[in-house]
Design a protein. Sequence first.
Length: 322
Amino acid sequence: MPIAIVAANSALVRRQASYAPINLRARRAAPPRRPRAVAPTRALLTSSPDLPGKPTWEAPEMTKDIVITVPLPQDTTRRDIDVKMFKDHITVNVAGVSEPAIGGTLPWNVDLDGSYWEKEDDVLLVYLEKEEAYDPWEFVFESDLPEPGDTTVTDKVYFDMEINGKEAGRVVMGLYGNHVPKTVENFRALCTGEKGEGKSGKPLHFKDSCFHRIIPGFMCQGGDFTAANGTGGESIYGEKFEDEAFGIDHDKPFLLSMANSGPNTNGSQFFITTKATPHLDGKHVVFGEVLEGSDVVLAMEEKGSPEGYPKAQVTIVGCGQL
């Protein structure tokens, strides 16, 4: 059941609902949490092509440790190795290897008092201690990052919006069908209503559904056409479907992204960002963007609250494909 978002850059809090970035355990939304810094996603570590193998890393469960393993040329001694550690970056130089052997920005800060290195046989082991145990070290090397996604618009769809029964305008959205064709087909067909009724007995159609969760400075979430509260919705495939591809970052407002309740739990719920939300990268699938009607989205956003409960009825009264 997709995720609900609590506050901009907030931690995710799961519940039985399809909410954009938060997780709720109970029916009631958790109170907003203070935003915290988000790790950079592009300026990470790189390695020298002169190394005899590719460096690897691991983060053992239930520890604050990150272990980076760097293969070394034969006969390398400790005196051949120079490691410089800083809170937010690291440089390793090895004699006979083009500089640096590894180097660059770390995804999160480390505690230098608990960080060290040692040579073991023909590898260098770099032990880094997380400054904060909950920091999500998902990527360490630039080579870990997913390939950039294709943002070519292949399909255009629209929502005609009303706020408290008054016409608010049209939102035109472009969908990235080359990047995530299955996700785009689901959203496109839910805009047209062409698939008829779903397993719930209700039309597989966004028409007359509402945006049930709106958080100013974060996102507007909708797509629950069965329950209208974040606990329902249904994909055209009947079951939840997989996270088709990442690689497009939540790096600007007015992006379309799938709400979920964890990995591979996509249905019909989605959200439109109203600011950059990089803490959602790699967790929610971006599949399109607003092409026209950003002013309408901002008018919708004004009807939200920090807890996510809309202060007005924000309804999709018409939708389809252009």
